[in-house]
Write a protein that binds this ligand. Structure first.
Ligand code: MN
Length: 478
């Protein structure tokens, strides 16, 4: 009997606002622990929250990108629980009335086909502080810099069918928030965090199986690994006729296994109630229109443009649209050349390799897009061989970014020899120098033409136009 996984994800996105969700305290939580926090972040009696309206813009932007239904009316609730990194004793979040409901995003599967992943909701909430556990010192430290930093939480429907699709979905979300400029999407720093719930069912079961929730998956790879492990674990239990316990589980990345943290037979009662200090959020049609009319490019729009306008393959379009700035550079090159495929090849080949090697981003790449287009043009017009462009001219362009590739090729004596008269003369010389081989070739030893080609290249330092040279050798020897 085989089992089908039902996976749902909850993704917390830390927003790039200057101040916190409900106070003016600095939202940059990377400074030294507990630096610059005020009575507001500490949740002192007498402090009152004030909503940071920048969050609305970010939430609407994300909702539009996710094809979600924006709610004109939403509410903030208190989620009550006790934890040392939660100074107020409750988290302000959205419960019954989130800022948007429904929606989907398209995720490409292995074959490059788009599959819709449906969302349940997107809501606004504040983050808790950070507990730094130091078991070796028998203590836990609390850093409240993060307490109150604004988050958007995306909850998917539990309909993701494989760890790979879950991975691809999270990958798309990370790309999306970076495109929108609402978060840095950095999973290692915790700016993007993921919890996954998973259950198994057989195709005969109408209801879902009992689910486990895996908390705090801090990388794309860990998400995939944890889900694979959990499928194996739950399947083994079910095959033995045993039950899956409803649990919250953690993931041990070193061992590659999930482990029970607490049983969840009873639903924990957070005693949600509308926060009396934060008025409901009413978003006007004018505000929604303002955001709608100023939306930045979505990754999917860029991907589709690369497929349709530039005729690129799924593979090229996917890789080129991975990063907003990288995509933008490609489009600049494409304004100067029609050979989009060559532009894609240069971007994904030599340029990407150079950036990786130097550990810099495309925004720090100092060669003008126009010069990349000119380089492509010089190859297409057969002024320079592709081989010499890759091996020598490109490095020279990095060194002298202000010079045009044509000028550089001339100075470096790389211009291809295309004049057929001169080429014929050189081929004749080579034949004269190798009379025996020439005779053998004429008698039918065709394999020897390669040797003549090599000699011509040697004489011309690789500058002889290969197709033309080949044609002349064939004419004179075959
Ligand atoms: Mn949450």
């Amino acid at each position: 009997m085989d089992y089908i996984p039902c996976i749902g994800l909850e993704i917390h996105i830390q927003l790039l606002t200057r101040s916190k969700a409900f106070s003016g305290d600095c939202a940059d939580n990377t400074s030294s622990p507990n630096d610059g926090i005020s009575p507001y972040t500490l949740g002192m009696p007498g402090t009152l929250p004030r909503f940071n309206t920048q969050i609305i813009d970010y939430a609407l932007c994300l909702a539009f990108a996710c094809n979600a239904q924006i709610q004109h009316y939403s509410e903030f609730s208190r989620k009550n629980y006790f934890y040392p990194d939660l100074p107020k004793g409750y988290q302000i979040t959205q419960n019954k009335f989130p800022v948007s409901t429904g929606g989907f995003i398209n995720v490409h599967n292995k074959q490059g086909k788009a599959e819709k992943i449906a969302l349940e909701r997107i809501h606004i909430e504040e983050d808790a502080g950070k507990s730094i556990h130091q078991p070796e010192k028998n203590r836990t430290l609390v850093d409240l810099n993060r307490a109150g930093v604004p988050l958007l939480e995306i909850v998917t429907r539990p309909e993701i069918s494989s760890p790979e699709m879950a991975y691809n979905f999270l990958y798309e979300i990370r790309k999306l928030v970076r495109y929108l400029g609402i978060s840095n999407g950095n999973m290692e720093q915790g700016s993007l965090r993921c919890d996954a719930n998973i259950s198994l069912k057989t195709d005969k079961m109408t209801q879902k199986g009992i689910k486990c929730e895996i908390k705090n998956l801090n990388s794309l790879t860990n998400l995939k690994k944890a889900l694979h492990y959990e499928i194996k674990r739950q399947r083994a239990l079910l095959q033995q006729g045993r039950k899956v316990k409803q649990q919250t589980r953690g993931f041990n990345a070193t061992k590659g296994i999930t482990f029970a943290q607490r049983n969840k037979e009873k639903i924990y009662d957070y005693r949600f109630f509308p926060d009396p200090d934060v008025p409901p959020l009413k978003i006007s049609a004018a505000k929604i229109n303002e955001i709608k009319n100023n939306l930045p490019d979505f990754p999917e729009t860029v991907y589709n443009r690369f497929r349709n306008k530039y005729n690129l393959s799924h593979y090229d379009a996917h890789l080129l649209s991975e990063d907003k700035d990288f995509a933008r550079y490609f489009e600049k090159v494409a304004t100067y050349t029609q050979n989009y495929k060559a532009a894609a090849n240069w971007m994904l080949g030599k340029i990407k390799a150079y950036l990786n090697n130097k550990k810099i981003s495309i925004t720090q790449f100092h060669v003008h897009p126009k010069n990349i287009a000119l380089l492509i043009g010089a190859i297409d017009e057969e002024k320079i061989s592709h081989r010499n462009a890759v091996k020598r001219l490109f490095s020279a362009m990095l060194e002298f970014p202000d010079k045009s590739p044509g000028k550089l090729a001339e100075q470096m004596d790389l211009l291809q020899l295309s004049d057929e008269k001169i080429l014929t003369q050189i081929v004749r010389e080579v034949i004269k120098e190798n009379p025996k081989k020439a005779a053998a070739c004429k008698k039918g030893k065709k394999a020897l033409t390669g040797m003549f080609m090599g000699e011509v290249m040697k004489k011309t330092q690789g500058k002889a136009h290969p197709q033309k040279t080949k044609k002349i050798i064939n004419q004179l020897l075959c």
